[in-house]
Design a binder for this molecule. Structure first.
Ligand code: ASP
Ligand code: MG
Length: 437
């Protein structure tokens, strides 16, 4: 069985909902995970924020606007009067429920309950549409199987058992629909998998049922070999190893959240990124295979700060790096790149909110220099150390770019450069020119 996930834009209008419905009714049995219609979760965040601030009136106004929009969608989506009426009644209940949150004390659970309504609505609307089309469809609630453990991480063992129980209770369906993003926490309260978490839902379900494949449908044709917003003529990468995909996702390819594919990777279930606007395009396949001798893609991460600590005390001293790293840990700041020499260490961080106290503390150990507005350029592919020629090829492409740090050998899949943000475009273009033309 395959798991198919459609993001907010893919179900963003009644017409898109119809297109997705046509796309998934191919006679093959599947589980379909849906996001909220695009924009809805942001609107729900706004509503929650008004209630939090005690501006109930504004909250109710936004809810009413959203309600009107959805009632219009109903007009456009259904031909059958009974199904339209059922959907309107369902929407009325959801919007009454939303209004009622102004009467209870505001808590994180209230906020999450408000945010959950987007997926609850979209799955209900698409299920009703499929019913109208005569499809054997079943809607299952993510609250019945998607659960976090006390650490706030998805409870894989629970999810597996509960999902099987839910499916087995009524296995007579061609399409089973469920909500992305939403779940219960260990206390049984409404929670979520963080913004953009629907991909994660799909991968957790795919891992739990050992699916043949997890398909993430978005509005671009897979992961590109460079940032299409910066470089012209980028092309989709056909295949990526799970680790290559995770590096790219972490270092800037917005299409996928870096942690979401981990469950699929552990379960050995391939993930395919596909384009709703061009369903026949091959997209990107992410699996355990490693294509030998190929450089796959380049990605960039902005807003990086580089910190250099130089100290002659580091020479032949033990424990120097530990002391440096401990300071970052104390201020809950994670480090991306690290390079060292005998007398100094340079590292990069992407969250500079604690930069001032960190630098203060680091001054005990050496001379500290900070460069802000830097950018990590990450080259991903088969970059295992035993391959010859690849590092020099990548480095040669950067021959006109001032490079602040280079990191290679941390994994078999990547070389990273730290450059000034002002040089990002030139660096990405030069790499595309050398590596992919
Ligand atoms: N609707 C949620 C969001 O906008 C989850 C998702 O779309 O993945 O963040
Ligand atoms: Mg998304």
């Amino acid at each position: 069985m395959k798991i198919l996930k459609f993001g907010g834009t893919s179900v963003g209008t009644p017409q898109r909902m119809k297109d997705v419905s046509a796309l998934i009714t191919d006679g093959r049995r599947k589980i379909v995970v849906l996001s909220a219609m695009s924009g809805t979760t942001n609107t729900l965040v706004e509503i929650a924020d008004y209630f939090k601030k005690g501006n109930d009136e504004a909250g109710h106004t936004v809810i009413n606007k959203l309600r009107t929009k959805y009632m219009d969608h109903v007009e456009q989506l259904y031909a059958d009067a009974d199904i339209a009426a059922t959907t309107r009644q369902f929407l009325d209940e959801v919007f009454m429920h939303l209004h009622s949150f102004s009467d209870v004390p505001y808590t994180p659970t209230v906020e999450k309950s408000i945010l959950a309504q987007g997926e609850i609505i979209s799955t209900n609307m698409v299920t009703n549409y499929l019913r109208e089309q005569g499809v054997k469809v079943r809607l299952i609630s993510a609250f019945d199987f998607m659960r976090l453990n006390p650490q706030g991480e998805p409870d894989m063992a629970y999810i597996k058992v509960a999902l099987k129980r839910v499916i087995d209770a009524d296995p007579d369906f061609d399409i089973c629909i469920t909500q992305g993003f939403i779940c219960l926490n260990a206390e049984g309260e409404i929670d979520n998998l963080q913004r953009g978490g629907s991909d994660y839902t799909a991968c957790l379900i795919g891992a739990a049922v050992r699916a043949d494949e997890i398909q993430i449908w978005t509005d671009i044709d897979g992961m590109h070999n460079n940032d299409p917003r910066v470089v012209e003529g980028t092309t989709p990468v056909r295949q990526l190893n799970f680790e290559e995909a995770a590096e790219l996702a972490y270092f800037g390819a917005k299409i996928l959240h870096p942690t979401c594919i981990q469950p699929a990777r552990y379960a050995g279930v391939p993930v395919r990124l596909l384009n709703t606007m061009d369903p026949s395009a091959p997209g990107t396949l992410i699996n355990n295979e490693m294509q030998k001798g190929t450089i796959k893609a380049v990605a960039a991460k902005d807003n990086i700060t580089a910190i250099k600590i130089v100290s002659s005390r580091m020479l032949l001293a033990t424990g120097f790096l530990r002391k440096v790293f401990e300071i970052f840990e104390t201020y809950n700041t994670s480090i991306d790149m690290v390079t060292t020499s005998e007398v100094g260490v340079s590292l990069s961080i992407d969250n500079k909110s604690r930069l001032v106290p960190i630098v203060e503390k680091l001054k005990q150990y050496g001379t500290v220099e900070v460069n802000e507005n830097m950018c990590i350029i990450c080259v991903v592919g088969d970059l295992s150390w035993s391959n010859v020629g690849f590092e020099s090829l990548v480095t040669a492409a950067m021959d006109k770019i001032p490079v602040r740090m280079v990191s290679y050998g941390g994994s078999n899949h990547n070389i990273s450069f730290l450059v000034s943000e002002a040089d990002k475009k030139a660096a990405l273009q030069a790499l595309s020119e050398r590596l992919f033309k």
